[in-house]
Design a protein around this ligand. Structure first.
Ligand code: ZN
Length: 143
């Protein structure tokens, strides 16, 4: 990467890091420059940022997005489904055409913003797995 094209580090300092994490995470943008895309396809993280060159190998959200999609999306939807059943006792096919698609779409749709948020949070807070300190230094995110 050419140092002249390297954007200002700590781009989040203007708006505060929590706002930055929420914004770039929600939009699926690079956590360093906030301009390049983080994802290639729906959930696959790119190898690096095409704008600033940030190496995305540090990004290891693992099961985090699934956990948050389950806790923050699926559980509220389950309450809705239970309420629907208790309040109206609809025939089974109502659940097939409403509850099933609602649960599937809700959880799948929220995976990407949760993953973007976790990756941005990892980068901004400099979280890393034990034993990956050398990798973090090599991908040049400590300067
Ligand atoms: Zn970038």
């Amino acid at each position: 990467m050419n140092s002249e094209t390297r954007p200002e580090h700590f781009a989040w300092s203007e708006e505060g890091k929590w706002k930055w994490i929420a914004r770039v995470g929600w939009k699926g943008l690079c956590p360093r420059c906030g301009k390049g895309p983080l994802f290639q396809g729906w959930l696959k993280v790119r190898e690096s940022c095409p704008v600033c060159g940030l190496d995305y190998r540090f990004a290891t959200p693992d099961d985090g997005p699934a956990f948050f999609a389950l806790c923050l999306t699926a559980f509220p939807l389950i309450f809705f489904v239970v309420w629907l059943e208790v309040a109206y006792a609809p025939p089974w096919w109502v659940h097939v055409i409403t509850s099933g698609p609602l649960m599937a779409l809700g959880t799948v749709a929220s995976l990407r913003p949760f993953k973007g948020w976790l990756v941005a949070s990892q980068y901004v807070n400099r979280a890393e797995e034990a034993g990956t300190e050398d990798l973090a230094r090599r991908i040049d995110r400590r300067d």
